[in-house]
Ligand binder design. Structure first.
Ligand SMILES: [Zn+2]
Ligand SMILES: [Zn+2]
Length: 344
């Protein structure tokens, strides 16, 4: 089968290679990948700016169908529609974080698609405990959004409280930012989304999802709008999803006193920050890195209940052999979530 591999360290070094279908040992489940989303992490790995262990198959956000089960697999069977928690490919299971379900903080952790072979291929073999069965009526396209949705759910629901009617500024309308917008809108928040001119299409999707205001920061200052809609007080919450230094400063400036700042986007470079922006307004600052077991289980329910608008966020579905144009499309930002499916 063909697999999109990061072959060695450095910029680029990504190509389609032929590999064997993986083994299915005692408690393993062999899954035929249906859809696998391109994540910012895949782009960072392409650039060589995120940890990975080459050679490795990229891709970690996926849905699929069970095609084979190991002899000790108990709950899953052939034909089950599933999604996979890719983040616990390897964890120590012994540290305080693992024991409490905060696997993301385990120092021995390896995830599918970076430390272990991922889903930009035809078949993936994983342990049964990583596999989550979906109801038959759930769309496999939407189910492929489980992992990024978990990132958004942790940021919006689990670090602090964001209330009905709160004004929330989301900077960076990439797929995670858009998933946050969908959650915030469904909670009844007043959502402002900011992006650059390159984000034109993504800002339009944010509007379709129900954001009240969208701002191209290259054309319109944020502060004027924030002041006019909050009587000069500033917004209640900022969710920074772009990982851009300037957005951090603007976000902190846009907050009301005692407001909440949540950093979701990952930075490629260190950012200089005036800490007085935090202290004088007594801001609460949170970092949100991926998700925990509690988030993941909540996401399975969200996907099954089908209350959230996910379909609008998926703008492209492309065959794996077109991975290069798909990666370029994501880099250009003129898309929402791009899904790949296996086709030789
Ligand atoms: Zn991801
Ligand atoms: Zn651990």
């Amino acid at each position: 089968m063909l697999a999109l591999m990061k072959t060695k360290s450095g910029f680029g070094n990504v190509e389609l290679q032929n590999i064997e279908v993986p083994d299915v040992k005692s408690n393993d489940v062999l899954i035929k990948v249906a859809y696998s989303g391109i994540c910012g992490t895949d782009l960072h790995i392409y650039h060589g700016t995120y940890d990975y262990d080459p050679p490795v198959v990229l891709g970690h956000e996926f849905s699929g169908v069970v095609v084979k089960t190991g002899p000790e697999v108990k709950k899953l069977r052939e034909g089950d529609k599933v999604t996979v928690l890719p983040s616990i490919g390897k964890t120590c299971m012994q540290c305080i974080y693992c024991k409490n379900g905060f696997y993301m903080l385990c120092s021995e952790r390896k995830s599918l698609g970076s430390g272990l072979n991922g889903s930009f291929t035809e078949f993936v073999s994983v342990r049964e405990d990583m596999v989550y069965k979906l109801p038959d009526y759930v769309s496999l396209k939407e189910a492929a959004l489980a992992e990024p949705l978990a990132c958004a759910v942790q940021a919006v629901e689990e670090l602090t409280e964001i209330h009905f009617n709160d004004s929330v500024l989301v900077s960076g309308p990439g797929p995670i930012g858009l998933l946050c917008v969908s959650l915030l809108v469904s909670k009844g928040c007043n959502v402002i989304v900011t992006g650059t001119s390159a984000d034109h299409k993504r800002l339009k999707i944010a509007k379709e999802l129900g954001a009240q205001y969208i701002i191209d920061v290259e054309k319109q200052p944020i502060q004027d709008l924030v002041n006019s809609i909050t009587d000069g007080n500033g917004v209640d919450v900022v969710l920074e999803c772009s990982g851009a230094g300037l957005a951090v400063k603007t976000g902190l400036q846009s907050l009301k006193k005692q407001g909440k700042y949540i950093q979701v986007g990952i930075f490629e470079n260190a950012v200089q920050l005036d800490m007085n922006l935090i202290i004088y307004k007594q801001l609460q600052v949170y970092g949100s890195f991926a998700h925990s077991m509690k988030t993941w289980e909540r996401v399975q329910r969200i996907i099954s209940d089908q209350k959230l608008n996910l379909a609008t966020i998926i703008t492209h579905t492309m065959p794996l052999y077109e991975w290069k144009s798909a990666f370029e499309l994501c880099e250009s930002k003129s898309c929402g979530k791009v899904l790949l499916y296996y086709k030789k």
